[in-house]
Design a protein around this ligand. Structure first.
Ligand code: AMP
Ligand code: MG
Length: 348
């Protein structure tokens, strides 16, 4: 299959958008930018179309898809119940990087929800995404547009690497703004629960609806329970190299990483380092990449996945990363880094 690339980095191209909408309505796949990461879209109400997403990504079929909408009233077409707290959160954060889980109506096929009776819904805050959802019929299932197990795409070129030749169209909207996936909140109990941390953090949610819990499996300590969001159970965001996070006071982390780089080089390994703008020049050996500035959390989340992809291309065999427990996005950033590292953390 030849994948059409539509450039909408400067402005929305009306003809291209109409063509993209037709592809979706006919059961095809279109990758598109959102404010979080690039999504791989299909008509969420068409089971055959959703099935193509799983095939293109190599995604396990019990890992449900998020349905993207562009108008608040469309929520009621697919959600059987919309709790008061969900309405408040939607009012505050939609369009935006917040996904909420609702009991589903029968129009949403099990092929989209991974067999669950609930449906995850979000309204993205990106003009290209909103326009595409409208033009594609209003209900677009869209997981991240990467091959399952690879870092999520934050640029159209990442999507092309993974999906070129496998999907009908890629809309290029430039680099995304946030770079990590949406916050997922389950509202089925009395207290909302964060199933996946993202840009909208616990404090922001609590300001709107009072107490909010975090799924205990997301917290740093070893937890034997299974995460409630099915996708969080899979090994995700994995770079090819064996990755370890080194955590502690800054000077100790720098020294600890430099020690390990030296012994990796002695063993003939090609080591990589995930540093920050503030520390990058403190690592004299190994392939050093700055993820962003500690003074600008969004620069860190935005570059996280592209740094992992760059290390894949460079074929480094081991990666040592600093920890980034920043005040607002720290939980979202560390959740992804810890997964990329397969939970290998060294405290120094
Ligand atoms: P992705 O779009 O690839 O970031 O993945 C979407 C994720 O949303 C899935 O992997 C699940 O973890 C989560 N999710 C989607 N639908 C549901 C649902 N009905 N209940 C709980 N989690 C869900
Ligand atoms: Mg994903």
């Amino acid at each position: 299959m030849k994948t059409i690339i539509e450039d909408m980095t400067e402005k929305i191209n009306k003809q291209g958008m109409e063509r993209a909408g037709e592809i979706l309505k006919n059961g095809g796949l279109v990758a598109f930018p959102t404010e979080t990461v690039y999504g791989l879209g299909a008509n969420a109400l068409d089971e055959t179309a959703s099935a193509k997403i799983y095939a293109a990504k190599g995604r396990p079929s019990d890992n449900p898809l998020i349905v993207h909408i562009a108008r608040m009233e469309d929520l009621y077409t697919i959600a059987r119940e919309v709790p008061e707290k969900a309405k408040l959160l939607a009012e505050k954060f939609w369009p935006g990087p917040l996904t909420m889980i609702f009991p589903k109506k029968p129009v949403v096929p099990y092929g989209t929800t991974g067999g669950l009776d609930t449906v995850a819904v979000r309204m993205p805050n990106h003009q290209v995404a909103l326009e595409l959802i409208r033009s594609g019929g209003g209900f677009i299932a869209a997981p991240s547009a990467n091959t399952s197990g690879r870092p999520s795409p934050t640029k159209a070129s990442h999507v092309e690497e993974d999906m070129g030749g496998r999907i009908d169209m890629i809309i290029d909207g430039g680099e995304v703004g946030i770079g990590v996936e949406s916050t997922i909140v389950d509202l089925s109990g009395d207290t909302p629960v964060i199933l996946r941390p993202g840009y909208i953090n616990q404090a922001m949610l609590e300001e709107v609806v009072g107490a909010v819990d975090v799924d205990p499996t997301l917290l740093r300590t070893d937890c034997k329970e299974r995460p409630k969001a099915p996708g969080m159970r899979y090994k995700h965001y994995a770079p090819k190299a064996d990755m370890t996070i080194v955590e502690g006071a800054q000077e100790k982390v720098i020294a600890g990483i430099n020690d390990r780089i030296r012994s990796a080089l002695e063993k003939g390994e090609l080591p990589g380092i995930i540093a920050s703008d503030e520390t990058a020049d403190r690592y004299p050996e190994g392939v050093v990449k700055s993820i962003g500035s500690r003074k600008d959390e969004l620069s860190i989340s935005r570059h996280l996945y592209s740094v992992l992809r760059e290390f894949d291309e460079l074929n480094v065999s081991v990666i040592y990363s600093e920890a980034f427990d920043t005040p607002n996005l720290g939980q979202a950033i560390m959740n992804r880094l810890i997964k990329a590292a397969g939970h290998q953390i060294i405290k120094v």
